[in-house]
Design a protein around this ligand. Structure first.
Ligand code: FAD
Ligand code: NAD
Length: 478
């Protein structure tokens, strides 16, 4: 007889494992199926985020930032150090240790909460049944009252630059380079390109980024993107816009990349080439055609605002459905779905999802950009405060960038916040909370902020929205 579960979750990334733990906490008999195994063949929980995404990339970003600061930024504090050296092997070992600790932590949480962990590849069948094939080819069918699909995403490949995992690599390969490339090419100046390009640039690589679009970070607020572009240029990230790669060939242990741009054909040689041109939903072979689950025109599993697919009692969350491909977005969707299965009226606020690029300085955003509001004909006002005027940022010798707050012109309600600067990720989170509570710019302006903190820059930006900043000149009223 097939096992019967209240909830079967497919995938143990941040969308899947959070949903599974929440379901078990609410008293549901829950199983989570994961196909990922380690070198020993043991199931590896945590998905892209823990294994080859958020966590290992942040480990390398933090290590490389410490190296770059030691090399470049201590003299100003009166600290003299000998030329630092990087032990790439030790840096990678630290990263692996953190990943192992966290993935093991998920296994522990499953055990603690009573989630059944099942190793194997899952496929959704008609009638809320799930077929699981393990590594030895054994097949079992689970019966579920509810199924949550959280099978995530995969890197996009482009024909001119096929991944060979030696010279031409994707983000996973870029997290595991065993030596610092002398010249590193990156296709795509998006989130992954900037984060992983920064890691290797800080450690000494010459980094050239080839971006197909004519504009840098067009999804970000344009003023912030422009400021970030200037900062990255100073750091030595050579970002070429409007570059359409036509060929990448491995020759004499190097990669020769050819691209065309407005000023003609170009070719350069790199030791390694990272392809970071986006990710696609991992929806192939995940369900049978009679299961009732459908895809949208871009290959994402079709869901409504409550993450319900077109098949009754089958839900999908995380990177495999529409919306930003962010770990926290998938986790919150997982919680919403499980709470709704439990009969609660849970909703997800898609207008308040922060997005961060973990360069130094960080770029962080929530809500609408100026260009989006202009396009929609919404009347708005802005307040901008540069970190160059922040005592805390100057004391830390980390004063590049700015905070920009956008509020509705009439109601003063906060519509968005865009930051490039130190600790931007943590600063923007304060605005996420304010927006969740429906705050106005004046609410933030009337809040007492500790001194001296980076958060004061947010306070001043809120004051500036209504021409009341204290520590910068306010725009003259016309
Ligand atoms: P995934 O994490 O991809 O997990 C899906 C899981 O499902 C996988 O473990 C997979 O093996 C399993 N699976 C798939 N098919 C099946 C099947 N048929 N049967 C059984 N199991 C299956 N996001 C952030 O918010 N912050 C960051 O800092 C950040 N950094 C990133 C850095 C990099 C280099 C990358 C690549 C991504 C980063 N992301 C970041 C994005 C983030 O990793 C994803 O948004 C997140 O992992 C998506 O979660 P998910 O649970 O939907 O899918
Ligand atoms: P992305 O969409 O951020 O950037 C891809 C870039 O590649 C874009 O600028 C695009 O214009 C460019 N591009 C596409 N095709 C190209 C081509 N043929 N030649 C040159 N340029 C090309 O995607 P990504 O950086 O691969 O990241 C994938 C996803 O992972 C993102 O959606 C992101 O949300 C997520 N992620 C998030 C974080 C974070 O939250 N800090 C970090 C890494 C990844």
């Amino acid at each position: 007889m097939a096992d019967k579960y209240d909830v079967v979750v497919i995938g143990s990334g941040p969308a899947g494992y959070v949903a599974a733990i929440k379901a078990a906490q609410l008293g549901m008999n829950t199983a989570c199926i994961e196909q990922w195994t380690d070198a020993k063949g043991d199931v590896q929980l945590g998905g892209t985020c823990l294994n080859v995404g958020c966590i290992p990339s942040k480990a390398l970003l933090d290590s490389s930032q410490k190296f770059a600061e030691t090399r470049d930024s201590l003299a100003v504090h009166g600290i003299a150090v000998n030329k630092p050296e990087i032990d790439v092997g030790a840096m990678l070992a630290r990263k692996t240790k953190i990943v192992t600790q966290l993935t093991g932590g998920i296994a522990g949480l499953f055990k603690h909460n009573g989630v059944t962990s099942i190793a194997g590849k899952a496929r959704v069948l008609l009638g809320t049944k799930v077929e699981v094939t393990d590594a030895s080819g054994n097949v079992q069918v689970l019966e579920a009252k509810n199924i949550i699909i959280a099978a995530g995403s995969l890197p996009v490949n482009i024909p001119p630059a096929p991944i060979d995992n030696k010279h031409i690599i994707d983000s996973t390969g870029a997290l595991a380079l065993t030596e610092v490339p002398r010249r590193l090419g990156v296709i795509g100046a998006g989130v992954i390109g900037l984060e992983l390009g920064s890691v290797w640039r800080r450690l000494g690589s010459e980094v050239v980024m080839l971006e197909a679009l004519d504009e840098f970070l067009p999804m970000m607020d344009l003023q912030i993107a422009r400021e970030a572009g200037k900062i990255f240029k100073k750091q030595g990230l050579d970002i070429r816009l409007g570059a359409r790669v036509t060929k990448a060939e491995v020759k004499n242990n190097n990669v020769v990349v050819t691209w065309s741009s407005a000023d003609g054909e170009h070719s350069e040689t790199f030791d390694k080439l990272i392809v970071a041109v986006g990710r696609k939903p991992n929806s192939e072979g995940l369900f049978t055609s009679d299961s009732g689950v459908t895809l949208d025109e871009r290959g994402f599993i079709y869901v409504n605002d409550h993450c319900e697919t077109e098949a009754p009692h089958v839900y999908a969350v995380g990177d495999i459905v529409r919306g930003p491909m962010l770990a926290h977005k998938g986790s919150e969707e997982g919680i919403m779905v499980v709470e709704r299965i439990a009969g609660e009226q849970a909703e997800m606020n898609y207008d308040c999802i922060p997005a961060i690029i973990y360069t130094h300085p960080e770029i962080a955003a929530v809500g609408r950009t100026e260009q989006e509001l202009t396009a929609d004909g919404v009347a708005y006002k802005t307040g901008v405060f540069p970190f160059a005027a922040s005592g805390r940022a100057l004391a830390a010798n980390d004063s590049e960038g700015m905070v920009k707050l956008i509020a509705h012109a009439e109601t003063d309600r906060i519509l968005g916040c865009h930051i490039v600067g130190p600790s931007a990720a943590d600063l923007v989170q304060q605005v996420v909370i304010a927006m969740e509570f429906g705050s106005s710019a004046e609410d933030l302006a009337l809040t007492v902020f500790g001194h001296p903190t980076l958060s004061e820059a947010l306070h001043e930006a809120a004051l500036a929205v209504n021409g009341q900043a204290i520590h910068i000149a306010n725009r003259k009223k016309r």
